[in-house]
Design a binder for this molecule. Sequence first.
Ligand code: COA
Length: 244
Amino acid sequence: MPSFDIVTTASRPDLHVQFETAFRGSWPEFIFHDAIAHQFTLAVQETFARYDVTVVQGEHVVAGGWGIVLAWDGTTQHLPGGYDDALMRAFSSLEAGAPNTLSVMAAAVHPEYRSQGLSSLVLEELKRRALDDGISFVIAPVRPTLKCRYPLTPMSDFAQWRRADGQHIDPWIRLHERLGAVILQPANASMVITGSVAEWESWTGMLFPQSGPHVVPDALDLVVIDRENDHGVYIEPNLWMRHV
Ligand SMILES: CC(C)(COP(=O)(O)OP(=O)(O)OC[C@H]1O[C@@H](n2cnc3c(N)ncnc32)[C@H](O)[C@@H]1OP(=O)(O)O)[C@@H](O)C(=O)NCCC(=O)NCCS
């Protein structure tokens, strides 16, 4: 079994280019155009560096993941609305001085290193760091990897789809469950991504000659194009899960 080291991403700026090359293609381009996420990127890197980890094998970047800490009272009623809201809450919680919850925001494994359990290593490391820091809860607005095949299905239905063996049909939800996580509730407006028609065409490699909802590769829901107002919007649903 090859050995892996886990470092904070901030401690290894020399790996940055390799990191970008390895992971940028792990998500659809439009995901990188969420205005709220964009607004907080630098602040997150500075404030939550301890929860931004990279897994290396020798000098090769093989996996990574990051999270933020925020205040939550443990009830589904008071969960953040989703990914964007978690980012906003993390910074308002800091001001209030009461963060008690790690929200794992993303994880990725280099395509050549998948199916070796490396995402579990990342999730367990983030969880371990949180528990060491006295954090009470660990949650995640999970982006199910198979949901893009069912963009017409509400997340509330998809969340319940199980195989005959009882395991979830989605590999990423399944992996979280295998690590002990439970499904809390859908985050129906987790991320909101807006752009002009030309921007959506460049992000997706598609043409949108007509207004209306469109199926877009790797989107978990429909992208709604409004040509008259030169506007397109995508509201990404995620699924809140709780590890601790
Ligand atoms: C999701 C991801 C992190 C899984 O990482 P991983 O370490 O390869 O996961 P594992 O090896 O532990 O595999 C977990 C399950 O997913 C399956 N799996 C792994 N990679 C897969 C892929 N590319 N496509 C479909 N299934 C995949 C495995 O077969 C396994 O299924 P099982 O439950 O039947 O055993 C990885 O595929 C990835 O980086 N995807 C792109 C980024 C992403 O979508 N991240 C999650 C949302 S933030």
